[in-house]
Design a protein around this ligand. Structure first.
Ligand code: T46
Length: 142
């Protein structure tokens, strides 16, 4: 993936009773969790997201059902199906994300590095591109 998004294989602790996944801060979850939210009951043909975050980093997992996540770092786009409770995606800051094709039974759980803050959202794609382009010029000249 792009380096700022990363597919994460989650370890399943299974026994004769079934499966359990445990998430703690570490290589697969490289931040303190300040907030958890989940998206469910998404209606047919509804897409969500269409924004980036200035600071927020997240790990997203479909614990039931599936959805297609598109991630865009301003230069290239990638898509991943979140279709297993064993599969997560780490989404760094300054990544435009869209979620599409939610199955009826989809429950998307998101672990977030910060509390909810509307001022951290970039909800306009042109604004997002301008910030990303400016950052890449700054990193080339510093
Ligand atoms: C993201 C993707 C994967 C809150 O009040 N608190 C919260 O913690 C969240 C996440 C949302 N809200 C409010 C803000 C809006 O009025 O709930 C409403 C729906 O949020 P939004 O339109 O941003 O939802 P999505 O599904 O487009 O995006 C969400 C997260 O907001 C976002 O951070 O990365 O899921």
């Amino acid at each position: 993936m792009s380096g700022t998004t990363q597919l994460v294989e989650l370890e399943v602790i299974g026994d004769h009773r079934g499966s359990l996944v445990s998430l703690e801060k570490g290589a697969k979850l490289p931040f303190d969790i300040k907030r958890v939210y989940y998206i469910f009951g998404t209606l047919p043909n509804v897409s969500r997201g269409f924004h980036a975050h200035k600071k927020l980093r997240q790990l997203a997992v479909c614990v039931s059902g599936k959805c297609r996540m598109l991630m865009d770092n301003g230069q290239s786009k990638e898509e991943v199906w979140l279709d297993s409770p064993k599969k997560g995606v780490f989404i760094n800051n300054l990544i435009w994300r869209e979620m599409h094709d939610f199955s009826e039974d989809c429950v998307l759980v998101v672990f977030a590095s910060h509390e909810y803050d509307e001022s951290d959202y970039i909800r306009n794609y042109e604004d997002f591109k301008n910030i990303v382009d400016k950052n890449s010029v700054l990193s080339r000249t510093s």
